[in-house]
Design a protein around this ligand. Structure first.
Ligand SMILES: [Fe+2]
Ligand SMILES: [Fe+2]
Length: 395
């Protein structure tokens, strides 16, 4: 991150804090664009980056219309040549559940200290105190309420992305067994939208707008015309991110309805990532040229860093701390908070082995992952070897 403090000192004292935050935001955006080393990856991410980070498309309160020119792939011979996908389809049919069957009668009170949405340990309160911000017990509950609502809002926005992406890849994928499986995933994602929307609407009564970085990733994969990029973006990257976030919240929350919902959603998501690994392993190891594979390898690494570094809950910062501490100080606290540390660990423990399994963790890119401190996940189990039970117990 560039040092903005010296620049800001040129402004009159009254304007400094606001200017510092504004500059911090621009420089952070610039850093995203300049940190991407592969020009093909930069070209693929740039239009989405402009729409998300500069134009804040997801926050304008109007529908977003994105054009995608992927090909719909028909096969009139109906081949049954992907047994692992056919088996996932069978399991997905049996694993369907009705969102109405969740215990919606549970009364949820975010301010009840007996049934907490999040433990205090999720937030780095000591960091806030070092900046002179002290909380009463009630204020702590209110801040955690904001954080959980922010997280669940991002889950909901991510699920909408997953719903549309699952529909697109069902059209575009060339495996017929994959199309049948894809139909079940569309249903799953529709149900996930339903449960998170209902929980936010009826229990937390608030919705935060989509985080700009999440918008960039969704925009990028929905508008990309290559079916495998949609797959890689949604089934591997965003699903990996979701499993990290769902797993962390599942482990930490004491609220029984939320725990129940997350448990059901995690079981569905385990199938989704498994499908992504099976479909892309087949395609990446047999169909792509080495140059095309390298582009995917670079894209996945950049998006992994984007996911690690960019979910800073600035929407919560703007509501609570703007004017009290700087954006950079808030970011430091979020980066080091126990909850975010746990989230990153679960996410990468899931993601990195999947990238290895589909052939996107070759010797050329490995040093970059090592430098980012992710080498410890190289030999973990990929999604095709992990059951939903493993995910729930290891979460
Ligand atoms: Fe989902
Ligand atoms: Fe999913």
């Amino acid at each position: 991150m560039w040092n903005v403090n010296r620049l800001v000192d040129l402004f009159p004292p009254k304007l400094r804090r606001k200017t510092r935050n504004q500059l911090d935001s621009y420089l952070e955006t610039l850093e995203v664009f300049t940190s991407v080393k592969d020009p093909r990856v930069a070209k693929a991410l740039l239009p989405s980056g402009i729409r998300g980070l500069l134009l804040h498309r997801g926050k304008q309160g109007v529908p977003t219309k994105l054009t995608s020119s992927h090909q719909a792939y028909f096969d009139w011979t109906y081949p049954a040549d992907q047994p692992e996908m056919a088996e996932l389809y069978r399991r997905a049919k049996q694993g369907q559940w009705d969102a109405d069957s969740m215990p919606w009668h549970t009364s949820v009170d975010p301010m009840n200290p007996e049934v907490i949405l999040l433990p205090d340990a999720f937030v780095d309160f000591a960091h806030l105190e070092r900046h002179g911000i002290r909380f009463t017990a009630e204020e702590k509950l209110r801040l955690k309420y904001s954080i959980v609502t922010w997280m669940l809002s991002q889950f909901l926005h991510g699920e909408q992305g997953a719903l549309l992406a699952a529909a697109q890849v069902t059209e575009a994928v060339q495996f017929f067994d994959g199309k049948c499986y894809g139909a079940t995933q569309v249903m799953d994602e529709g149900r996930h939208v339903e449960v998170f929307r209902r929980y936010l609407d009826e229990k937390l009564t608030k919705l935060y707008p989509i985080n700009d970085n999440l918008y960039v990733i969704i925009d990028s994969l929905i508008s990309d015309c290559r079916w495998d990029m949609k797959f890689l973006g949604m089934q591997i990257m965003v699903e990996g991110l979701a499993l990290g976030a769902f797993g962390t919240l599942y482990k930490m929350t004491e609220e029984p309805l939320l725990k129940n919902i997350l448990k059901m959603v995690i079981q569905d998501e385990a199938r989704h990532v498994h499908y992504g690994v099976v479909a892309l392993r087949e395609h990446y190891t047999k169909e792509l040229t080495e140059s095309e594979r390298r582009e995917r390898e670079d894209w996945a690494f950049e998006v992994a860093l984007l996911m690690r570094n960019r979910f800073m809950a600035y929407e919560v910062y703007e509501e609570w701390f703007e004017g009290v501490m700087t954006r950079a100080q808030w970011r430091e606290g979020v980066m080091n908070s126990p909850g975010m540390t746990e989230f990153r660990q679960v996410m990468f423990r899931r993601l990195v082995p999947n990238l290895r399994e589909i052939g996107l963790l070759g010797p050329r890119i490995m040093p970059s992952y090592e430098k980012a401190g992710l080498a410890k996940y190289f030999s973990g189990a990929a999604a095709d070897k992990i059951t939903a039970d493993d995910l729930l117990h290891d979460a």
